[in-house]
Write a protein that binds this ligand. Structure first.
Ligand code: ZN
Length: 183
């Protein structure tokens, strides 16, 4: 299990020994706590670690059984002893889940924003969502993605239900055209 740390930052400190050797000590500030690395590094080594962490997770330090990783300008920690490739796979899986959640949330929000053509009785959230998904968020007649509304195939006034089968997404102009032809 890899956890993202959003309150982590790396710092470098030059101590007495470092002054002589030209090396610095890295420490991570996680929230209010500081964790020091055992090894000292030259500036070149620091830079190469930072560069490498853009491509693959780089282990900055280990505290007890906990590893601290830097990857893609973000910090992660795990205590399962994962290697760099495993951490990368876990982070990628996490990002994908997040992306999927975001796109689902956007679909729900878009379906919610769409005006209800009938205005008589509100269409349940789950029905809106499935109609929106089935019709691909576009007018079922012309494919337009603007001025969309839910249209009842059989109007509510004539006993049409708020069901997925009886609903479709139409754009304003297709809906008006349909309204005119029904008469
Ligand atoms: Zn249309």
């Amino acid at each position: 299990m890899v956890r993202r740390l959003d309150n982590c930052e790396a710092y470098y400190e030059r101590d007495g020994f470092g002054l002589l050797s030209g090396k610095v000590k890295c420490y991570l500030q996680v929230g209010k706590r500081k964790y020091y690395s055992d090894r000292r590094m030259t500036r070149e080594e620091m830079k190469s670690m930072a560069d490498q962490s853009q491509v693959m997770p780089v282990k900055y330090l280990t505290v007890g059984d906990r590893d601290y990783w830097r990857y893609d300008d973000r910090w992660f920690t795990d205590s399962d002893g994962h290697d760099s490739e495993e951490v990368q796979a876990l982070v990628t899986a996490y990002d994908l889940r997040l992306e999927k959640k975001l796109s689902e949330a956007k679909t729900v929000a878009a379906a919610r924003r769409l005006p209800d053509g009938s205005l008589r009785e509100s269409i349940p959230e789950s029905i809106r969502h499935s109609v929106w998904e089935r019709d691909g968020g576009a007018c079922r007649s012309c494919g337009s993605k603007s001025d969309l509304q839910y249209d009842h195939l059989i109007p509510v006034s004539m006993g049409g239900a708020n069901s997925t089968d009886n609903l479709q997404i139409l754009c304003g102009s297709c809906n008006r055209r349909k309204g005119a032809s029904v008469v």
